[in-house]
Design a protein around this ligand. Structure first.
Ligand code: ZN
Length: 191
């Protein structure tokens, strides 16, 4: 994992830095960071999987946009931390396949069934490179924002200690309720 850029990044969520990382196989990661070198504060860490529809287009089919904003607000409030923007649209299947899955869901399948029908595993994401980025910042103890047991496992098996797990909770609209129920029942997410 190579850091290729580092710049100031004032945003409406706070005063951050923005980093560009490139993995060995050429994958590009954007990281938003706050006071990464301040060893007096335990950093808050979030691995956010890219979601064009939720993050940028205001979709109510998922809660990604709310999660992204809440994570950046928490990092600002904590005073130290990073958000890794993982380039894995649609849990790794890509934007067009995600839209095809939406089409299948409109016809009655749930998210997991739709991915299977398209020939994909329910979740193709791999967190190894994200863990490398956390290690790059030399974080040994973190507060981790996640409901996803796979992410938690990947971090803990690398020797980084999660001293606090922060859960994000939102009002459920009627579209997102079904999506979150499937996450909980079929993918083991913790709410
Ligand atoms: Zn989403």
């Amino acid at each position: 994992m190579e850091k290729v850029a580092e710049a100031k990044f004032p945003s409406k969520f706070g005063n951050f830095k923005i980093y560009g990382f490139k993995s060995e196989n050429g994958k590009e990661y954007v990281v938003i960071g706050k006071n990464v070198d301040n060893e007096n504060i335990i950093p808050v860490v979030r691995i956010h999987s890219q979601c064009l529809t939720g993050d940028t287009l205001g979709s109510l089919r998922c809660d990604c946009g709310d999660q992204l904003k809440a994570a950046l607000e928490l990092i600002e409030k904590n005073g130290r931390g990073i958000l890794i923007y993982q380039p894995e649209e649609g849990r790794g299947i890509g934007i067009l396949n995600k839209l095809k899955a939406y089409e299948l869901q409109d016809n009655g399948l749930d998210t997991v069934e739709a991915n299977e029908k398209l020939g994909f595993d329910p979740d193709l994401r791999d967190y190894k490179e994200c863990v490398e980025i956390i290690s790059y910042f030399k974080f040994k103890e973190i507060k981790f924002i996640s409901n996803n047991p796979e992410k938690i496992r990947a971090i803990e098996s690398s020797g980084i200690k999660i001293v606090e797990r922060i859960k994000l909770k939102f009002e459920k609209n009627e579209f997102v309720k079904n999506y979150l129920d499937v996450k909980k029942k079929k993918m083991g997410h913790l709410f």
